[in-house]
Ligand binder design. Structure first.
Ligand code: C2E
Ligand code: MG
Ligand code: MG
Ligand code: MG
Length: 275
């Protein structure tokens, strides 16, 4: 039955057409390797909106494993696995290529979408990465300035000197650099200040509690203010209610992402505004 839904996803359809795999399904390395070979790990896209006008500004690419038997497996169930078992390079390469190919198609159709790609901390070890990404972007006709690399803050807990080197090279090649899930990781404020970031994403856990917990609200407010003082664009993720939307917009947050405005969906169902 999931095969039928898999076919349906090739045509415009709501993302809910694929059922979530049951929680008990725990994929292993071999299954993930096969899924990558078979093209079952695909990019989905979640729109990023202007907080003021609610116009779509771009999309974040989120990995989805469309398992033919079990259904949709989310990245929380396989990114860690890939990192642990030496498959993250392959997964990243596959995701980035598919996403940039899609972006190239959109550009041919006259659109100029910005895309945000999630990069695993484990990829910040390779000094050749920045040039490899430039080549890849060129292959698909997407200028680096249209691409933002999102790195979760936990990523920055390792050897910061060499990570800083790679981040700097990426920035010199005009990629945007976003610090994802801000406030949940281990990076210090010094690293935030020294890193060549262009964007800060306030973690959704603080947004989720901002209306019910004074402390979470304080973190949302001060993260936005800090981001701005450091010259960064600030994005609030996990916006699910109008109340949260108003809060972050009033605080001057530039962009928002969340189920209130759009869920992640397959490229085929992603509708870019034409104007
Ligand atoms: P992230 O980069 O922080 O992405 C945001 C996550 O929040 C996504 O979960 C998204 O579906 C979810 N989300 C968005 N809006 C809302 C909302 O309003 N409410 C709630 N409850 N959730 C919302 P997802 O797709 O399961 O991804 C989880 C994490 O997996 C991502 O967090 C990212 O760190 C990682 N990830 C996803 N794709 C990739 C990838 O291609 N490569 C790497 N390295 N990591 C990836
Ligand atoms: Mg992200
Ligand atoms: Mg995030
Ligand atoms: Mg996250």
């Amino acid at each position: 039955a999931v095969y039928d839904r898999l076919a349906a996803i090739q045509a415009p359809c709501p993302p809910s057409a694929v059922e979530k795999a049951p929680d008990r399904y725990r994929p292993d390395t071999e299954a993930l390797g096969n899924a990558l070979d078979d093209g079952h790990v695909v990019p989905w896209f979640q729109a990023k909106f202007c907080a003021k006008t609610r116009k779509i500004l771009g999309a974040e690419v989120l990995a989805r494993w469309i398992h033919p038997e079990h259904g949709m497996v989310g990245p929380d169930r396989f990114i860690g696995l890939a990192e642990r078992d030496g498959m993250i390079d392959r997964l990243t390469d596959s995701m980035f290529r598919q996403a940039l190919a899609q972006c190239g198609e959109w550009r041919k159709a006259g659109l100029s979408p910005k895309v945000a790609l999630n990069l695993s901390p484990h990829m910040l070890l390779n000094l050749d990465l920045p040039d490899a990404l430039v080549d890849m972007a060129r292959d698909y006709g997407v200028p680096p300035e249209q691409i933002t690399i999102e790195i979760t803050e936990t990523a920055l807990a390792g050897d910061f000197t060499s990570q800083l080197d790679i981040l700097t090279r990426l920035r010199m090649r005009r990629f945007g650099l976003s610090i994802d899930d801000f406030g949940t990781g281990y990076s210090s404020l010094k690293q935030l200040q020294q890193g060549p970031f262009t964007e800060l994403k306030v973690d959704q856990s603080f947004i989720a509690r901002a209306m019910i917990e004074e402390g979470a609200r304080a973190i949302v407010e001060s993260s936005i203010a800090l981001g701005h003082r450091l010259g960064l664009k600030v994005v609030a993720e996990g916006i699910e209610t109008e109340e949260q939307m108003r809060l972050v917009a009033d605080l001057g947050c530039e962009e928002v992402q969340g189920f209130l405005l759009a869920r992640p969906c397959a490229a085929q169902s992603f509708v870019w505004p034409t104007s």
